[in-house]
Design a protein around this ligand. Structure first.
Ligand code: F6P
Length: 387
């Protein structure tokens, strides 16, 4: 069923040549776009780039699926007008809404007191076919791409766009949203320096990132943190204490520790803040900063405070870098689709935009290699990794 919005001026028409090329060559006349997983600065910039490119350059019809895969499962989508995607480049979040609790191949529903899990992928494909939608653009992280890969395997024309503040998506050097999160985290860490130095304290700032330390490593280096703790390098508490005490002996009576939410002590456990019943990825990390307060206080005898940045890292307007990256990704997704590429993820590798099969990405994450150049640089300027 097609819908139009009253009051919207007609969108600019694509040139007949562009139209003819897209329609006759690849048969794509209508696409849908969705944003899956946690929100992230730059999502709207991708929606804008995808929709404007589709309308302007290829004369396509564009549908916006509401609330990620949940909206696809529940058949909630509307046609996107040119006006709806205007003025959203700088706006954080997603105008389409998102969800990180719905996995079409293992959808959990409450039946009485029980939770039933069923595969509703065929129902999703039918919802798209009923509206004559030829291709689906999935903007998301590893969970979304794993589902997108399954849809591609089932014959749907799919193109992925890499999103996440965590920068942990396999196959691309960088995801949009990461630069904004690092900028926000760095500004916050810069601010706690004053309290740390005035009160001679150890300030421990916990950043997000799940099982990868990209946000911690980059914001830690950018803010000149004394200690950076990441999941890839399990820490030893005596080494952290040695480091803060040696600073005290040198007259630096404060220290800044940046810790990734997924960091853990050598031989210890990752700190879980909660487990979500209906989520395909139920574990939520968080709270390691509070553990470190006790550990450092005990072994170094210094006054310690924890600051957990949390979702502030996902908020706000995207940085210019992320706006540019998101626009490039969104445009590239359309160009590739119209050239007949399908079942791929748009990636940035070595500064070049390209794409790789979603099957290579599904079920994997990208962590920091222990010999990463930024770890070497941080060590060279005296940063400790707690080992
Ligand atoms: O993947 C993005 C992210 O913000 C992670 O860094 C964090 O662990 C998780 O999402 C938090 O998820 P939620 O918004 O469900 O609490």
């Amino acid at each position: 069923m097609k819908t139009t919005r009253l009051g919207d001026p007609a969108p600019p028409k694509a040139s007949p040549a562009a139209r003819g090329q897209s329609r006759s060559q690849k048969g794509i006349k209508s696409i849908a776009v969705m944003t899956g997983g946690g929100d992230c600065p730059g999502l709207n910039a991708v929606i804008r780039a995808v929709t404007k490119t589709a309308i302007n350059k290829f004369g396509l019809e564009v549908w916006g699926i509401e609330d990620g895969f949940l909206g696809l499962i529940e058949d909630r989508m509307h046609m996107l007008s040119y006006n709806e995607v205007s003025n959203i480049l700088t706006v954080g979040g997603t105008i389409l809404g998102s969800s990180n609790t719905a996995n079409p191949s293992a959808y959990k529903i409450k039946v009485g007191k029980k939770v039933k899990t069923s595969d509703v992928s065929a129902q999703c494909i039918k919802a798209l076919k009923n509206r004559n939608i030829d291709a689906l653009i999935c903007i998301g992280g590893d969970g979304t791409m794993t589902s997108a890969a399954r849809f591609a395997k089932n014959g749907l024309t799919v193109m992925g766009v890499p999103k996440t503040i965590d920068n942990d998506l396999y196959g691309t050097d960088i995801t949009f949203g990461f630069n904004t999160a690092v900028t926000t985290a760095t500004e916050a860490i810069d601010k706690v320096h004053t309290t740390a130095s005035s009160h001679h304290r150890v300030m421990i700032v916990e950043v997000m990132g799940r099982y990868a330390g990209w946000i911690a490593l980059h914001s830690g280096v950018a803010s000149g943190a004394d200690i950076i703790l990441i999941p890839e390098i399990p820490y030893q508490r005596d080494k952290i204490c040695e480091s803060v005490l040696s600073r005290s002996r040198r007259g630096k009576r404060f220290s800044i520790v940046v810790v990734a939410e997924g960091a853990k002590e050598k031989g210890g456990e990752i700190v879980i803040s909660k487990k979500l019943k209906y989520s395909p990825d139920p574990v939520r990390l968080g709270g390691i900063a509070n553990v470190l307060v006790e550990q450092i206080n005990e072994c170094a005898g210094l006054d310690c405070r924890a600051v957990i940045l949390g979702h502030i890292q996902r908020g706000g307007t995207p940085t210019p870098f992320d706006r540019v990256l998101a626009t490039n990704f969104g445009h590239m997704a359309l160009e590739l689709l119209m050239k007949g590429v399908k079942g791929h993820l748009v990636v940035l590798r070595g500064g070049e935009l390209s794409s790789i099969p979603l099957s290579q990405v599904a079920g994997k994450i990208k962590t920091i290699p222990k010999n990463h150049h930024l770890i070497k640089a941080a060590l060279a300027v005296g940063t400790s990794f707690g080992v």
